[in-house]
Design a protein around this ligand. Structure first.
Ligand code: FES
Ligand code: FES
Length: 164
């Protein structure tokens, strides 16, 4: 099979700089899950509909199946693995999703959490309607969404109280 020429790109992922070769057609999600081994970012549809692949790109929530790896060159990516170190306490959003039963199978959860993270950075005390609007690009086939909204509200309260 013919291989495309690669381009060397440098990007920061979860606070660490990486220089890798990327094919022009390679998606950011493929770079994250492949060479970088960050499989917490899921692929649900590959067609920009489900939001399971959501990460932060320079702080903005993006669907990493709709971003080329080369478009992330020189930029900062945060994945679900970057929210808390393995030996550190969970991020308040992760805690709240657990406490409020905001997940069942968990497939959508990394994307939900990253979208919620972008929302709370921009709007620390969102209303239910604002949470629903911010998460409308993230699909969940299990929960019915009510507990997800409750989890984001609980995390907002925790974060406003000065916790991490
Ligand atoms: S895998 Fe990216 S939106 Fe579904
Ligand atoms: S918890 Fe199963 S898809 Fe959301």
């Amino acid at each position: 099979m013919e291989t495309s020429p690669t381009t060397s790109i440098t990007l920061t992922v979860n606070g660490r700089a990486h220089t890798l070769d990327a094919e022009p057609r390679q998606l950011l999600v493929e770079l994250l899950r492949g060479p970088l081994g960050l499989t917490g970012t899921h692929v649900g549809c590959d067609t920009s509909q489900c939001g399971a692949c959501t990460v932060l790109l320079d702080g903005q929530a993006v669907k990493s199946c709709s971003v080329l790896a080369v478009q992330a060159a020189g930029r900062a990516v945060t994945t679900i693995e970057g929210l808390s170190a393995p030996d550190a306490p969970l991020h308040p959003l992760q805690d709240a999703f657990s406490a409020c039963h905001g997940l069942q199978c968990g497939f959508c959860t990394p994307g939900m959490v990253m979208s919620a993270c972008a929302l709370l950075a921009e709007n620390p005390q969102p209303t239910d309607a604002q949470i629903q609007h911010a998460l409308e690009g993230n699909l969940c086939r299990c929960t019915g969404y009510v507990n997800i909204v409750a989890a984001v509200k609980q995390a907002a309260t925790t974060m406003a109280g000065g916790a991490k």
